[in-house]
Design a protein around this ligand. Structure first.
Ligand code: IPM
Ligand code: MG
Length: 366
């Protein structure tokens, strides 16, 4: 029996509904497998701007460090578009504060769901990719980063900077993940133009020497974005800079029917689960979708991205592989039985967030 101390940060919009759904599933799994879950929760994002005047408080960072793992919803919304500090600063800040440099975003086309994707069936059938996004460096955090007034008009700058160490540790996570799968790592860069990309490619080649069993190839991000749609089954694990990963992961989500289906784990490295010991790797687990203000509070949101994120949490932060698989299997059964929220219904009958969640809970034991 394990005690799982989880901090829940629902955030804004549908973040609240989907984290609630994931908690229901976690509770049901804990009951079945006789674990104990203890939740703490806190306000973050736009909700924290409203209540405390800031999207991310120090107390929240401390609570996240105390917890074994964090379940995160989503932050943002039109209400705060003109706020001096936007809600999104919360997720950017907490990733950095916890050192979560490795963002794992799996994109898997579930058999039978091909019709829900706008891409032709024969292109996407069987696609199973992990996008590994570097999460605490690059264009998001590089300095200088500012806007200013000059005599000839306004200027703005962001900086894409990477150290050898930052590149090395993320590509090694990529090699490790690939090793446990089909042993193919694609490193994505813009080495025909960018210096930081030229360094990235060099460091990836150097690290490759320690992983001779994994095939490494390099793709330029622009043509890679095309291949991701025209030939997605050629990819296994793909590793890339922060911004490239932000963009390509949304693009890849189209293969898997809907952004609402996809989980993510943001980790401070890959856990090594020694027998009988719980890994101590910090992680934030969140669906990759946003707050969807247009459907928030209406019970229409797809909870699967958040529920599969909870499965990821069990696997990566707690080493509970069987429990993680039971959630993934229940999701697959619910989908195979035809349960569909609006985003994946392709014009057919839809169920609410609650019905989908209950449908998954009901199938946990099967
Ligand atoms: C994501 C999101 C965030 C990001 C936003 C909300 C800051 O788009 O997790 O992909 O850009 O990283
Ligand atoms: Mg994004």
């Amino acid at each position: 029996m394990a005690t799982l101390n989880i901090l829940v940060l629902p955030g804004d919009g549908i973040g609240v509904e989907v984290t609630g759904a994931a908690q229901q599933v976690l509770d049901a799994v804990a009951k079945r497998f006789k674990h104990k879950v203890r939740y703490a929760s806190d306000i973050i994002g736009g909700a924290a701007i409203d209540q405390f005047g800031t999207p991310l408080r120090n107390e929240t960072i401390k609570a996240a460090k105390r917890a074994d793992a964090v379940l995160f919803g989503a932050v943002g919304g039109p209400k705060w578009d003109n706020a001096p500090v936007r809600p999104e600063a919360a997720i950017i800040g907490i990733r950095k504060a916890l050192g979560l440099y490795a963002n794992i975003r799996p994109v898997k086309v579930i058999a039978g769901m091909e019709d829900s994707s706008p891409v032709k069936n024969d292109r996407i059938r069987g696609a199973d990719i992990i996008i590994l996004r570097e999460l605490t460096g690059g264009l998001y955090y590089g300095k200088p980063k500012r806007r200013w007034q000059t005599a000839s008009g306004r200027k703005g700058v962001d900086t894409m900077v990477y150290s050898e160490k930052e590149i090395d540790r993320i590509v090694r996570v990529g090699f490790e993940l690939a090793r446990g799968r089909r042993k193919k790592l694609t490193s994505v860069d813009k080495a025909n133009v960018l210096e930081s990309s030229r360094l990235w490619r060099q460091v990836a080649e150097e690290a490759h020497k320690d992983y001779p069993d994994v095939a490494l190839d390099h793709q330029l991000v622009d043509s890679c974005s095309m291949l991701l749609i025209s030939n997605p089954t050629r990819f296994d694990v793909m590793v890339m800079e922060n911004t490239f990963g932000d963009i390509l992961s949304d693009e890849a989500s189209v293969l898997a029917a809907s952004l609402g289906m996809l989980p993510s784990a943001s980790l401070a490295g890959l856990p090594r689960h020694e027998k009988g010991k719980r890994a101590k790797v910090r992680g934030i687990y969140e669906p990759i979708h946003g707050t969807a203000p247009d459907i928030a509070g209406q019970g229409k949101a797809n909870p699967i991205g958040a529920i599969l994120s909870a499965a990821f949490m069990l696997r990566y932060s707690f080493g509970l592989e069987r429990e993680a698989r039971s959630i993934e299997a229940a999701v697959n059964r619910a989908l195979a039985d035809g349960l569909r929220t609006g985003d994946i219904a392709a014009g057919g009958a839809t169920v609410s967030t609650d019905r989908m969640t209950q449908g998954i809970v009901d199938r946990l034991g099967e």
